[in-house]
Write a protein that binds this ligand. Structure first.
Ligand code: PLP
Ligand code: COI
Length: 353
């Protein structure tokens, strides 16, 4: 792999920053002024630079458009109390990105491009990192196959980009989720653990059907029996059952960095944690007998979103009022304090620029 020593920055002459309404940010509608662009060809990374955000030019035969060699990541940068900017655990996303790449027979993206490139991009667009409570700069690294070829084989060329977007909440209300027992997200041996575009494409139809029934999201279940809870379409799932923090574990789900962080915080606080199979039956029984006291979705975009209703086989099971949930509220407040630099970063998770 070629070593990149410095990343050229081409500044935009037409900043769009003044047009942004930072008081009313949605999720991912506005893109910042610059992007990182790296090109892979002939077995190595050829170029990497920060350039003004602009449209790409592609062959209509580019293989990502046909066969789906496309992966991505999601990370957030925060504006700290002291005015510095910090990126939350991007080293973990880098590791996961290269695992996704390996599974899809795509090239590894080295640290000099993924992490150093990200830092250079965020420094360039530092004024785009929003400062209002609950806001952040969402960072979207992604890579896709660009070879113009209709044969099914790994592409010889790729583009790796990072774009960013100032964001508020992805979910602005507690979730009503449906347990999905007909469609499958991922089977053992498949690509469920990787963050590839196809995992999201396949979720759209089942999710729309659930939304027509009044739900916001799905709780996917295992492919073999549809008996075990896996994850939501956009986040991992965690439950407090009998004073234990439990998250479903399976090789078919995305190993979320938010979930990992929450489990680590809980362990440090002395809470019992378990990463294991969770059956639908155990969850429903636990809601009915009162042992499941909290349920939430956790992810970079979703942060921590309480689940208030779970639909299964035509019945809706209601959970506690989110305002009364001791662990969820405490851990979310702690994560926010840590990410916005209001408390000591005891885990060393903030990459401060
Ligand atoms: N599961 C899926 C399907 C996701 O899209 C996400 C979001 O990235 C997660 C889980 C949570 O992962 P993380 O906490 O690393 O953002
Ligand atoms: C993220 O949380 O970063 C994701 O990639 C989820 C996506 C559906 C917005």
């Amino acid at each position: 792999m070629e070593k990149v020593h410095s990343i050229a920055v081409e500044q935009t002459q037409n900043s769009r920053l003044a047009q942004v309404d930072f008081e009313n940010l949605n999720f991912g509608k506005i893109m910042s002024d610059h992007m990182l662009l790296a090109e892979y060809d002939n077995g190595s990374w050829q170029s990497v630079k920060v350039v003004p955000y602009e449209n790409l030019s592609l062959s209509p035969a580019a293989s990502a458009l046909h066969y789906g060699q496309a992966i991505f990541e999601g990370i957030k940068a925060y504006s700290l109390e002291n005015g510095q900017i910090s990126i939350f655990r991007p080293d973990q996303n880098h590791i996961r990105f290269n695992k996704s790449a390996a599974r899809l027979e795509m090239p590894e993206v080295p640290e000099e491009i993924f992490l150093e490139g990200m830092k250079e991009l965020i420094r360039t667009d530092r004024d785009w990192v929003p400062k209002n409570p609950g806001t952040s700069l969402y960072i979207r690294p992604y890579m896709f196959a660009t070879e113009a070829a209709l044969g099914v084989h790994p592409s010889a060329s790729y583009k790796f980009l990072i774009i960013t977007s100032p964001v508020g909440a992805y979910y602005n209300k507690p979730l009503r989720v449906k347990i999905e027992t007909h469609f499958t997200r991922a089977a053992e041996g498949g690509v469920g653990f990787s963050k590839n575009a196809g995992n999201y494409a396949l979720s759209l139809h089942p999710t729309r059907l659930a939304q027509e029934e009044g739900f916001d999201q799905l709780m996917w279940t295992d492919a073999k029996e549809h008996a075990y809870i896996e994850e939501a379409g956009t986040a991992n799932l965690l439950f407090i059952m009998d004073d234990t923090l439990i998250t479903p574990s399976s090789e078919t789900i995305l190993r979320g960095i938010t979930r990992l962080s929450i489990m680590d915080i809980a362990k440090k606080w002395g809470l019992k944690t378990e990463s294991r199979k969770v059956s639908i039956e155990e969850l429903i029984n636990g809601i009915e007998d009162g042992s499941v006291t909290e349920a939430f979705a956790a992810g970079t975009a979703a942060t921590l979103t309480p689940i208030v209703e779970i639909g299964h086989e035509g019945k809706v099971y209601k959970l506690s009022d989110p305002a009364t949930r001791a662990f969820s509220n405490k851990v979310l407040a702690y994560l926010n304090d840590l990410r916005y630099g209001r408390i000591e970063d005891e885990f060393g998770w903030n990459l401060v620029l």
